[in-house]
Design a protein around this ligand. Structure first.
Ligand SMILES: Nc1ncnc2c1ncn2[C@@H]1O[C@H](COP(=O)(O)OP(=O)(O)OP(=O)(O)O)[C@@H](O)[C@H]1O
Ligand SMILES: [Mg+2]
Length: 326
């Protein structure tokens, strides 16, 4: 289990004010008191807009930058104090094409990174073979990476991330800049890493649908702090008031309108009626009250012609949370 407790990062920047003037020192609180957990076999998402603090958080958890305060334990190993020990059980994969040597082949890249991660020589060759097979690059292992397509380079990034057979994998914007097909393939692969190989995965993204599709648990961060957290369905349930039910009926009488109004009087529900050509009842509420409505309508012998239920998606939740609407 990975447990980060109250981690914060304040960057201190020296800014030059012209040739002979003194430098001014500025602080930037990039991350503030973030606590999170990752269990093996689960995918945890860090979701937030540009500059929210996602990369800073993932880098602290991967031991690449030291937190200003807080602590991070991975399987009872202290990431800050025992950084050498931690290297064998974690790996960070960043989106884009950094971290691979273009002139080298996939085989050579993986030999280099394997040595860097301290993978023993006897194990390394077998490991390279098995990760290249996993990501489908075994046939192209001796071609220089500069001749690879973007999708192949991305798969090599994953192979690089698996070279030390880590128990926890951190992915910073893994699908950034990829076309929809390659992104889909990659998402399926990430899912498999968690469900089949039981890796614990931390993923940063600002694609809400990606978080919704992949993550077992999501932390929404804004301005360096966690502002909401939960499973995708919990987030949708707890943070929205926006289930919309639109019912088209054959007629609407004043009696039934009054009864429906009375029914929802104390339920923080918004009801509107449209009584023109099309007769509709629109209900916006936190809960799904369709049963009550159907009962009420049938007691007046009113025929339901159409019923539409519009549930919120995570995107609406995020907009709502980030605009302070909760
Ligand atoms: N080395 C640094 N020195 C100073 N400020 C930094 C440094 N790295 C990040 N920041 C600042 O910290 C804040 C968080 O940055 P971070 O890169 O973690 O955001 P992010 O959520 O990953 O954004 P993006 O979606 O754009 O990748 C930003 O305001 C950024 O400018
Ligand atoms: Mg980032």
């Amino acid at each position: 289990m990975l447990i980060a407790t109250n981690i914060s990062k304040k960057f201190i920047m020296k800014e030059s004010n012209g040739l002979f003037k003194r430098k001014t020192i500025k602080n930037k609180q990039a991350v503030k008191d973030i606590s999170l957990k990752i269990e093996p076999g689960k995918i945890v998402g860090l979701l937030g807009i540009n500059g929210a603090g996602k990369t800073t958080t993932i880098k602290m958890i991967a031991g690449l930058i030291e937190p200003t305060s807080g602590n991070i334990m991975i399987d009872n190993i202290d990431v800050i104090k025992e950084d050498k020990k931690i290297k064998s059980i974690i790996n960070l994969i960043s989106g884009g094409e950094r971290n691979i040597y273009w002139r080298l082949t996939a085989q050579e890249n993986l030999e280099y990174f394997g040595a860097l991660y301290g993978v023993e020589k006897e194990v390394l060759n077998e490991r390279i073979k098995s990760v290249l097979e996993k990501v489908g690059l075994i046939e192209s292992k001796d071609i220089p990476v500069e001749r690879y397509s973007k999708g192949m380079k991305q798969r090599l990034q994953i192979a690089r991330g698996l070279i030390n057979d880590p128990k926890y994998i951190f992915l910073d914007e893994p699908t950034l800049g990829l076309d929809i097909y390659i992104a889909k393939e990659l998402r399926a692969y990430v899912k498999k890493l968690a469900t089949v190989e039981k890796k614990g995965i931390l993923l940063t993204t600002h694609y809400i649908t990606e978080a919704e599709e992949l993550c077992d648990y999501i932390y929404i961060i804004d301005n360096g702090s966690i502002i909401a957290q939960g499973t995708p369905s919990e987030l949708k349930e707890n943070l929205t008031t926006n289930i919309q039910v639109i019912i088209t009926v054959d007629r609407l009488t004043n009696d039934v309108k009054t009864e429906i109004d009375d029914l929802f009087k104390n339920k923080s529900t918004k009801i509107s009626f449209e009584d023109d050509n099309k007769k509709t009842i629109k209900i916006i509420s936190q809960k799904n009250y369709t049963c009550d409505i159907i009962k009420c309508l049938s007691s007046y012998d009113i025929l339901i012609l159409e019923m539409k239920l519009i549930e919120p998606n995570l995107e609406e939740v995020l907009f709502k949370v980030l605009s302070g609407g909760v």
